[in-house]
Design a protein around this ligand. Structure first.
Ligand code: NDP
Length: 292
């Protein structure tokens, strides 16, 4: 049977390390992350709450700004500008998705690069592309790299296939895997890719970030591959109180027996995403303390 990569345990360790590091810093103020949430989307409410709780456990202050669903781009921009200018705020996070009349791209780009701990701005994506160590890297791909490292998955010279090309997951994931030091040979697939099965079955490391349950089936996976499932999909379930359960993009039951390592959903990539957000926030704080 494969090794199940326990994202909860890894995230707990990362957060404990951050907590220890923070305890060793004597400074006139604590790190602070500001969350901007637009509207009352239940998933966004729950994600922001969770991030705030984990920040608190580490010793990071969090401030929540909730704007109404009807907010204009100008009003959202004004809030981002005020947080950019506020020296007591180290990190600014805009919870996606935003309502359709607002531009996620313009909003992400407006966050000052040194406070953009999500790494979605063009400044940080550009720095990632240039392999500039000052880049804040998108938290989900950064968390996956950390999971691979902590679980002894070799990337150098290996074939990696990334399913999905979003700026939140797929693109930065491919950049991280191919950059010097990681040195994987990377293919990126998307909804228009042909011969998906053939491409995926060559992967030593297969990363699925599609948002569609059952996208990766056993016949697409090479014997002994490491499979990372990023997808978070709600499917109806008669067995839960909520009436749904969370599944990934990978058909876990059929794929797991073929893998050397695999992440579960939930409890795989998700917790590491939050841990990396905290890690980026602490890094932003350290830079601000040092006046950089
Ligand atoms: P997007 O919808 O932005 O991107 C999905 C990508 O999958 C697109 O590039 C799309 O192609 C591609 N795609 C769609 N159908 C197929 C297919 N049949 N075969 C191959 N590729 C396909 O989603 P995100 O990247 O934001 O998120 C992906 C998933 O990961 C979601 O389930 C999301 O909830 C989850 N997620 C989980 C996180 C975590 O912390 N665990 C964090 C962020 C996301 P095209 O570009 O052609 O449309």
């Amino acid at each position: 049977m494969p090794e199940i990569i326990d994202g909860n345990a890894a995230a707990k360790r990362v957060c404990e390390e951050l907590s220890k590091k923070l305890a060793g810093i004597s400074a006139p103020r604590r790190p602070c992350v500001a969350f901007i949430r637009v509207g009352e989307d239940p998933a966004s409410v729950s994600y922001v709450k969770k991030k705030g709780r984990i920040a608190g456990e580490i010793g990071i202050e969090s401030r929540l700004h909730v704007l109404p669903e009807s907010v204009s781009q100008g009003e959202l921009n004004a809030l981002i500008d005020s947080l950019n200018a506020d020296d007591s705020v180290d990190a600014v996070l805009i919870q996606a998705p935003l309502p359709g009349h607002l531009s996620e791209r313009d909003s992400f780009n407006r966050v000052r690069a040194d406070k953009d701990v999500d790494g979605f701005s063009r400044a940080n994506l550009g720095m990632l592309c240039q392999e500039d160590p000052r880049a804040f890297t998108a938290c989900t791909p950064a968390g996956i790299m950390e999971l691979l490292k902590r679980h002894g998955v070799q990337t150098a010279g290996k074939r990696a296939v990334v399913l999905g090309r979003s700026i939140i997951v797929g693109k930065p994931m491919a950049l991280l895997l191919m950059q010097k030091g990681a040195d994987a040979t990377v293919s990126v697939c998307h909804s228009k890719s042909e011969n998906l099965k053939e491409i995926c079955s060559q992967a030593d490391i297969l990363i699925a970030a599609v948002g569609r349950p059952g996208t990766v089936t056993a016949d697409m996976v090479k014997e002994g591959a490491c499979v990372i499932d990023v997808g978070i999909n709600r499917v109806p379930s008669a067995e839960t109180k909520s009436g749904y359960r969370l599944v990934g993009d990978v058909d876990f039951e059929s794929v797991a027996p073929k893998c050397s390592k695999i992440t579960p959903v939930p409890g795989g990539v998700g917790p590491m995403t939050v841990a990396m957000l905290m890690s980026n926030t602490l890094a932003a704080y350290m830079r601000h303390l040092q006046g950089r």
